[in-house]
Design a protein around this ligand. Structure first.
Ligand code: ATP
Ligand code: MG
Length: 242
């Protein structure tokens, strides 16, 4: 831990985290973000444009229910990197909602709370296809489809057909698609949007591995994040844990 700077939370750039977001169409991007990388940021930027969203809120998980076996960096440090990454984009925001809710972070619960705090806002929950295809293992996952539009992001390893098969099998047989439409529609539930974002084969796992070996992570994360990881030797401490 030597050489680490003390970090402050809330971070100086976001002295007050808004609980309410005014836009009509709001994207919410949940994740561990350990660390945030250019794959996340580019997918979020493209989702804003493709779906005509007003703003994108990155919502880092506080206590992930699905990664109990791995040492995850403290929320404050993941937050700080997100803060550095989003600060020059006026359409990007952060939410500390999952830190405010005690206990494990369950998406169904977080989205429900988000809706209560932001009545009148239509929510679009972003999820990579790898995570989406495991959503049936999430706590009360069916609720998620009643709370928000789901936006499934492409990652190199997944196919769009799998997404359709998955929702039909695991959520409801009443989903349909119109030819030429990328949305999967349902008479009662929110649509599932499959978007064709640029596939970027970048993962936080790879970044942590590189940093643990003392190698550069430049051009995989924003420069400010790369400097922050290096200066604070963030993932080097993980070497002893491996
Ligand atoms: P890890 O390797 O630790 O699992 P990750 O790169 O998958 O990290 P997460 O924080 O787990 O990042 O991801 C948050 C969300 O972003 C997930 O829904 C994930 O599928 C999605 N995501 C991550 N990387 C990309 C990418 N390169 N392109 C599109 N979506 C991505
Ligand atoms: Mg992941």
């Amino acid at each position: 831990m030597t050489g680490r700077k003390k970090i402050s939370f809330p971070s100086p750039r976001f002295p007050e985290h808004p609980r309410q977001y005014s836009p009509a169409r709001l994207g919410i991007f949940g994740g561990t973000f350990d660390p945030v990388h250019l794959g996340h940021l580019r997918a979020a930027e493209e989702a804003l444009d493709i779906l005509g969203l007003d703003e994108m809120v990155f919502m880092p998980v506080s206590i992930p229910p699905h990664k109990p076996d791995r040492n995850i960096l403290a929320f404050e440090e993941r937050w700080r990197m997100l803060d550095l990454a989003v600060s020059n984009n006026p359409r990007f925001r952060l939410s500390d909602l999952e830190r405010r809710i005690p206990g494990k972070s369950y998406t169904a619960r977080s989205l429900s709370q988000f809706r209560q705090e932001n009545p009148g806002t239509e929510l679009f929950f972003l999820v990579g296809c790898d995570a989406f295809l495991e959503i049936d293992t999430w706590y009360e996952y069916r609720k998620i489809f009643r709370l928000a539009n789901i936006v499934v992001l492409c990652r190199p390893e997944c196919s769009e057909d799998e997404v359709l098969e998955f929702v039909t099998e695991k959520v409801s047989t009443s989903y349909t698609i119109d030819s030429g439409d990328r949305r999967i529609l349902h008479p009662e539930l929110y649509p599932v949007h499959r978007i064709q974002n640029t596939k970027m084969d970048i993962s936080s796992t790879r970044i942590r591995e590189l940093a643990a070996m003392g190698l550069s992570v430049r051009y995989l994360v924003p420069d400010e994040v790369s400097s922050y990881i290096r200066e604070n030797m963030l993932y080097e401490v993980a070497k002893g844990d491996a």
